[in-house]
Design a protein around this ligand. Structure first.
Ligand code: HEC
Ligand code: HEC
Length: 507
């Protein structure tokens, strides 16, 4: 049979046609300027985040204690794991009788987990942030003799990803987080404890995985204090401009209360308390008042009293009211009292970018600010009251989000349903703090803000391109609600695009 060189021939033809054209374009005067992401601003010197200004003395005491708690390195029981002093930015103070002698005062790590410390995941640019540059999964997998493999989707220089399965083995929707690691082999569990990691590589080959990276925790007390009525009012604002660009957006509603849930990539959780209790159970495998049942009840591996993390009255070392508080509740206090990200001063290009961000329509989803109710000094008892914490009342929250979910199409879809957020719907990510973040989008697929903007674009029939969760359903999604805005962005001059990227890096 005669070999066919048709592929090679058409490649040759293409090159002879295209190359001269490219050379001609490149020679057309000085090299063209192309907009590019200036990259993250440097991290602050201290890894300890600031508290919301003007907290009262009780609130500051809670915040300080909460910093200790989010720093705990968890083990499987109260006494069986230790964190050497000097490892943490905040260490127990030996001169303070209330300071814990060991940083593990609420352990009970369950048989399966993702990590053993909140800030293993929430660390960039300080404690409470999002994913750090190097993937912490490699540090956690074999801590204390554990024998875990790190799945291949955890890139060494990538964001720590947690994983959800789209469907179960019977083909029904799953959607839940599947723990990456087990305690088997650790020196703080009995040798009889045997557990197997799920076969993530098989699920990966079958395109059954969806990834999520950590969101930052700064300023969440302010976001929690925004009233539903404020979110709805903002949803109704600028109706005609939104319509002309194809922007809709709706709240994710908590089915039991009918109120707007707002935390998480799909706005799936209604409160900080729920997120804290759930993270303690799901990420660290620690059962608590909110989620009292362990995610794995293997009796050879589960040696703690359950639920493990409840108000502790059983031990004299918890004789301080602050120590009696369960850790999951203290995590809530941390998130309530940790200050919002602080923007950097703007260059003239960045402030032009701020204006253009509104003009092209980014601000129609990424709402620059909303207010919390109340005033610090009400003049009568009938004044609008607001949060218990005076410092959270009447504040302008510069979150850059409408806290609504939007259809984003096949480029971003992860085929996970949470509440009324469908397979391609995501909450508008709050952009405050974006200037110091390293990884972007729910799956951490990129560190480049230009890619982020382009990935807001999608059309029916598109197969999802580089979307790590691309699967057989990808062709089924509709247009992204952000298409009109991305179109406008792409028609800007390169220096105007640059101005928007510079603006984003001041946030
Ligand atoms: C293994 C990594 C990991 C650990 C450990 C972890 N988180 Fe997270 N966190 C995530 C991921 C991933 C998300 C996004 C989850 C989603 O929306 O699906 C997240 C999101 C959150 C959010 C939502 C923030 C927002 O803006 O909506 C809160 C609150 C939170 N985590 C609190 C905690 C607390 C408290 C702890 C310690 C108990 C903790 N996390 C430990 C990975 C982690
Ligand atoms: C239709 C609403 C909508 C519009 C319009 C929109 N965005 Fe977004 N944006 C989103 C949603 C939803 C996400 C989360 C997507 C995901 O993670 O899958 C997001 C994510 C982002 C992120 C990543 C944040 C992070 O931490 O991962 C950046 C940056 C961003 N948008 C900037 C912009 C800019 C700049 C524009 C204008 C050119 C814009 N967006 C227009 C809804 C919108």
């Amino acid at each position: 049979m005669k070999p066919c060189y048709c592929g090679a021939r058409s490649l040759f033809l293409l090159l002879t046609l295209i190359l001269p054209l490219q050379v001609a374009l490149a020679q057309r005067g000085p090299q063209r300027f192309r907009a590019s992401d200036p990259g993250p601003r440097p991290n602050p010197k201290s890894s300890i985040p600031a508290a919301v200004p003007e907290l009262n003395a009780n609130e500051i005491a809670l915040f300080t204690e909460s910093l200790l708690r989010v720093s705990e390195l968890e083990g499987t029981c109260d006494t069986c794991v230790q964190q050497p002093q000097g490892v943490l930015p905040i260490d127990p103070d030996p001169s303070n009788p209330f300071s814990p002698k060991k940083l593990v005062n609420s352990a009970g790590m369950g048989p399966v987990f993702n990590a053993d410390q909140c800030f293993t995941c929430h660390m960039q640019p300080t404690i409470g942030g999002s994913a750090r540059r190097d993937n912490a999964a490699y540090e956690v997998a074999q801590r204390m003799g554990a024998t875990n493999n790190v799945p291949s989707f955890e890139e060494r220089n990538g964001a720590f990803r947690e994983v959800r399965f789209k469907f179960d083995k019977y083909g029904s929707r799953d959607g839940g987080v599947h723990s990456l690691f087990t305690v088997a082999g650790r020196s703080d569990v009995p040798a009889s404890c045997r557990l197997e990691q799920p076969d993530f590589e098989k699920e990966l080959r079958q395109r059954n995985l969806a990834f999520r990276i950590p969101l930052q925790l700064f300023g969440l007390g302010l976001i929690e204090s925004i009233q539903d009525s404020t979110i709805r009012e903002n949803m109704r604002a600028d109706r005609y401009e939104k319509q002309s660009l194809g922007i809709e957006g709706r709240p994710n509603i908590n089915p039991n209360t009918g109120t707007i849930s707002r935390f998480g990539w799909k706005a799936q959780n209604a409160s900080l308390t729920v997120f804290a209790g759930e993270a303690y159970n799901v990420e660290m495998g620690i059962s608590n008042d909110l989620f009292p049942i362990s995610r794995n009840e293997n009796p050879d591996c589960n040696k703690a009293y359950e639920p493990f993390d409840v108000p502790r009255t059983d031990d004299i070392s918890y004789n301080n009211p602050l120590k009696i508080m369960p850790a999951w509740l203290m995590f809530t206090e941390f998130m309530r009292f940790v200050d919002a990200p602080q923007p950097a001063p703007m260059s003239s290009s960045a402030s032009r970018g701020q204006h253009l961000f509104k003009e092209v329509g980014c601000a129609l989803c990424h709402t620059p600010s909303m207010k919390t109710p109340g005033t610090a000094n009400p003049s009568s008892q009938w004044d609008e009251v607001g949060a218990h914490t005076v410092a959270l009342r009447g504040q302008t929250v510069n979150l850059y989000s409408d806290l609504l979910i939007h259809h984003m199409g096949a480029t971003l879809a992860d085929n996970i349903v949470q509440g009324n957020a469908g397979p391609d719907e995501f909450r508008t990510t709050p952009l405050w703090g974006v200037g110091q973040r390293i990884y972007f989008l729910h799956d951490g697929r990129t560190s480049d803000l230009m890619t982020v903007i382009q990935d807001h674009f999608s059309f029916p029939g598109f197969d999802g391109g580089d979307n790590p969760a691309r699967d057989r359903d990808s062709g089924k999604y509709g247009f992204s609600e952000a298409n009109g805005t991305v179109g406008r962005f792409n028609r800007l001059s390169e220096s105007d695009k640059q101005a928007i990227l510079e603006f984003l890096r001041t946030l």
